[in-house]
Design a protein around this ligand. Structure first.
Ligand code: NAP
Length: 304
């Protein structure tokens, strides 16, 4: 996939990582870059073509795809982050996360598949997360949705190989965008740099781009067993007490190499990704975020 001369379509192209994708693509010589946004007036990149798109609205998805029949690279970037506890979180918040990351991404991709095929195959880049691979307490719905989006991405890759469409997954940790603006005390990557790394991966034909050290550490932990990612469940070895085992057992230390150096995602329920993000839900930024599924039917009844 060559970026120079490509026609790209970026969802959530008005701000955050999406806006950086738009800029990087224009710099790389893309002949056209559609920057899709719920409110296209918020697209500011000079040279980009603003398109209205709410990825949770099927009619909006079809209209956007109709407008961009020349696309050769689709970037599924749009996303939300809701603070949701697995036990107490509202199920409608779960639905909104799924509607956005899983079904929204799938609906957009399906709508663009015929155009990609006609234009020679092209590529799809899905923006996933380190949290596709590890769960944290206060963002349970986001983690579940990003894990499911990873699975959908893998299915798409297999099925789209037949029409020569490359499907690349970007996994990334903290980035300095509105999404985690209220999260202090962690190192955040520059989204402009992450956009460049991801696009370089697409251009090189990579199926997966693991963009930062934290995400690489967590990925390494996947092959070491569930205790490597959730060390609070590590069993004692039989030679030491659990407390001593946790500190000294060489078996455990080996198993935890990856996780232990992924400093921000640590044992405490309130550390790292598990920290509560001190800000409003990123869906509330925009009036269009008053998504119907975010309203709980019971609450609606109470209001009436
Ligand atoms: N920031 C991080 O630390 C981090 C880490 C790993 C992965 N990610 C992923 O990176 C991607 C970009 O996030 P970001 O950090 O750039 O967040 P952001 O600054 O909050 O931007 C989110 C973008 O998604 C758009 N969006 C949300 N819901 C939408 C919908 N239903 N239809 C169309 N557009 C919608 C927003 O549009 P509006 O302006 O209309 O709200 C905005 O353009 C997401 O998929 C996110 O999960 C982020």
């Amino acid at each position: 996939m060559t970026l120079n001369g490509s026609v790209a379509f970026v969802t959530g192209g008005n701000r955050g990582l999406g806006a950086q994708f738009v800029r990087a693509l224009l710099e790389a010589g893309a002949s056209k870059v559609y920057a899709a946004a719920r409110d296209p007036r918020t697209v500011t990149a000079e040279g980009a073509v603003p398109v209205q798109l709410d990825i949770t609205d099927h009619a909006s998805v079809l209209a956007a795809a109709e407008q961009a029949q020349d696309v050769t690279l689709l970037i599924n970037n749009a996303g939300i982050l809701t603070p949701t506890s697995v036990l107490e979180g509202d199920l409608d918040t779960y639905r909104l996360e799924y509607d956005t990351h899983v079904l929204g991404t799938l609906d957009v991709t399906r709508a663009f598949v015929p155009a990609l095929a006609r234009n020679g195959g092209g590529a799809v880049l899905n923006v996933l997360s380190v949290l596709s691979w590890a769960s944290v307490p206060h963002q349970a719905a986001y983690c579940a949705a990003k894990a499911a989006e990873w699975s959908v991405t893998n299915s798409l890759r297999v099925e789209l190989a037949g029409q020569k469409t490359q499907v690349t997954a970007l996994h990334v940790g903290y980035m300095d965008t509105d999404m985690i603006a209220g999260l202090d005390g962690v190192e955040k990557a520059d989204p402009a740099g992450i956009a460049r790394i991801a696009l370089e991966g697409v251009e090189k034909g990579r199926l997966e781009v693991v963009a930062d050290p934290l995400t690489r550490q967590i990925k390494a932990g996947l092959s070491l067993g569930v205790e490597a990612l959730y060390p609070q469940f590590a069993q004692a070895c039989g030679h030491h007490s659990p407390a001593v085992h946790r500190r000294v057992c060489p078996r455990r230390r080996r198993a935890h190499t990856a996780y232990d150096s992924a400093a921000p995602v640590r044992h405490s329920a309130t550390s790292g990704f598990g920290r509560r993000v001190r800000r409003r839900n990123s869906t509330s930024r925009h009036p269009a975020s008053q998504h119907p599924t975010s309203r709980h039917p019971a609450k609606e009844r109470t209001r009436q």
